[in-house]
Design a protein around this ligand. Structure first.
Ligand code: UDP
Length: 568
């Protein structure tokens, strides 16, 4: 069946149900953004013309909201607890509904069992019949519950699963045996999924898919009124819970800031001002989302103290015409040196409170400085007061951008079909004609002739592939980025061939295939070249000081890094 865009969210609101503060928060958000989603759907409908969109049967099981996983978030919705996840799930549900798919929503084990046709109360009785869904969106908690309650059959059905995973999971952690053997084992990872089945909140590593969420968009009248009503000397602090105000040295830079600006906060409190919040801060208490937006429309500066990491609020602030000032982390925070990231299945280096804002948005909207350097801090404040900025929202965080991306994933990502085998490492073949240099346009080479006939055809399309070698010690994320491209894990299987080395004019003494998440890669010192033996370990994120990596890169759309030019 063809999926038809829906502009009414009434049925969705009914499906979401009641009885939890988290669900009420999500429904308030859905109602507030309904008109914005509807007009985005109209625009996407027009731009896709009559493209066939298959209607999918989709189950959304929000594991972290189930009583069985402890549901620690719902009771904190009105007390300053994390809301980013709820923002994201509300938007995922709305996107799937608006795209016209056939949706079932579960926030308890009982509902999950009901939808999957597993008899209740039978422990781990496996699902025996065919899976009644084409796609299941869940999270790590939900995955665990499915393992417990679908038993063995999870293995059979796991290609249908998508895991909403805020901070991401890198291949070395996802591969159970490899993680166990090489010290990458964490509480979360090791599910042996294709890493693109993990969907993140921000485009962290391209090994995962980027799901995202949306922020509010402004119409012309709102833009104009923001321009008129901005107060150049008004700052809002990022942090809705008192513990976020505990940063060391805070007094010093808050005192500097206070010399220039009035400081507002939205910190949750029960009866009196939290002791962490200085008396000169005007605290509004935790605000409903809509009122926070109003506050941000007046403010000139939104300032982070280093925590929470990578949430939606800075994007909302920038979308409402604020400048976001945030601390640079030196050294970067990661699972190796910071409690918050410890045990998360990634070694990503987090260079500031909000690396997406730093790297994808940047000046004049985002200023990242060392807060311990008073001079640098003070001159940033002066700059901010002088700078005029327009409200800005990257396309990928608009409703249309999210619909476009989710549509493209649903119609094109395929993890159930057996992957065409790639030529083995030992197969002897040579590069045809003269070897091309640095940028090898592999798609045109006869070494890849086998790949152009595979079914289903590659998505992203093979025409987007660009092969390059990283610097020694550099990951493919960085190597592709420095060429204005992005690493595309779906292309690894095409470049994991001997010809790729000769194409880059690399002298290999021999070519071995190994189980190592750095491969395909080569070491100049030892004239050693290695191919990847296990496709599950293809990794954009991997890096090793002794190796240059072979990197499959692709182009991307401006403001929509998840999609290549010919991806739609
Ligand atoms: N938020 C809110 N009221 C407030 C402060 C924040 O409704 O007083 C909302 C905000 O609009 C954002 C969400 O909380 O969408 C999550 O914000 P944050 O970036 O702090 O991420 P978190 O750490 O909660 O996931």
């Amino acid at each position: 069946r063809q999926a038809a865009f829906r502009s009414d969210i009434g049925a969705l609101l009914e499906q979401v149900g009641t009885g939890k503060e988290s669900l009420s928060f999500m429904k308030r958000r859905m109602r507030r953004l309904a008109a914005q989603w509807a007009s985005a759907a109209r625009r996407l409908h027009d731009s896709l013309r009559s493209q066939w969109r298959e209607q999918k049967r989709i189950l959304v099981h929000v594991g972290f909201l189930t009583e069985e996983s402890g549901d620690v978030f719902s009771p904190k919705v009105l007390k300053g607890g994390p809301l980013g996840e709820m923002v994201q799930w509300a938007d995922i549900l709305t996107a799937l509904h608006v795209l016209g798919h056939n949706l079932k929503i579960s926030v308890s084990l009982k509902e999950l069992q009901g939808f999957l046709g597993v008899p209740p109360g039978r422990g781990s009785c496996p699902l025996t019949g065919p899976l009644p869904f084409d796609l299941i969106y869940t999270d790590y908690h939900g995955l665990q519950q499915m393992r417990q309650h679908m038993g063995l059959s999870l293995r059979k059905h796991k290609c249908h699963i998508r895991v909403i995973d805020t901070f991401g999971t890198e291949p070395a952690y996802n591969h159970e045996d490899y993680a166990t053997l090489h010290g990458y084992r964490t509480n979360w990872g090791y599910w042996n999924l294709n890493c693109r089945q993990y969907m993140t909140m921000f485009p962290h590593t391209p090994d995962n898919s980027f799901m995202g969420f949306v922020a509010e968009e402004l119409n012309d009248t709102e833009r104009l009124s923001i321009q008129r009503n901005k107060v150049d000397s008004m700052a809002v602090v990022y942090g809705k819970e008192a513990s976020m105000w505990k940063l060391q040295g805070k007094e010093r830079f808050l005192a500097i800031l206070h010399r220039y600006m009035d400081i507002h906060g939205t910190v949750y409190y029960e009866t009196q001002r939290p002791p962490e919040v200085p008396a000169f801060v005007k605290n509004h208490g935790l605000l409903p989302q809509q009122e926070l937006q109003q506050l941000l429309r007046k403010a000139k500066l939104f300032i982070g103290f280093g925590f929470p990491y990578e949430g939606p609020a800075p994007l909302e602030a920038i979308a409402n015409g604020c400048i976001f000032l945030q601390p640079k982390f030196k050294p970067s925070h990661s699972s190796l040196n910071h409690e918050f990231f410890r045990g998360k299945p990634t070694s990503r280096q987090v260079s500031s409170q909000h690396p997406y804002a730093e790297q994808y948005i940047g000046r004049p909207h985002v200023i990242t400085v060392d807060f311990n350097n008073s001079q640098e801090f003070e001159s940033a404040i002066r700059d901010i007061m002088r700078t005029k900025v327009e409200p800005y929202l990257p396309y990928e965080y608009t409703c249309e951008g999210m619909l476009e991306r989710v549509h493209a994933y649903i119609q094109n990502q395929e993890f159930c079909a057996p992957e065409a085998p790639f030529p083995s490492a030992n197969a002897s073949s040579s590069w045809p004609g003269s070897p091309p240099s640095p940028f090898v346009l592999l798609p045109n080479s006869s070494a890849l002739a086998w790949a152009s006939n595979i079914t289903p055809p590659s998505w992203p399309p093979l025409s987007a592939l660009r092969l390059l070698a990283s610097l020694e010690g550099q990951s493919c994320i960085d190597a592709c980025q420095s060429a204005g491209l992005i690493c595309e894990p779906a292309f690894y299987r095409f470049i994991n061939i001997k010809e790729a080395f000769s194409g880059l004019e690399v002298q290999c003494e021999g070519v071995e295939a190994e189980i190592n998440h750095i491969f395909p890669a080569f070491s100049v010192e030892n004239s050693e070249c290695g191919l990847q033996k296990d496709p599950l370990l293809f990794s954009c994120a991997g890096a090793n000081t002794k190796y240059h990596r072979l990197c499959p890169c692709r182009d991307y759309r401006k403001g929509q890094v998840a999609l290549c030019r010919d991806c739609l």
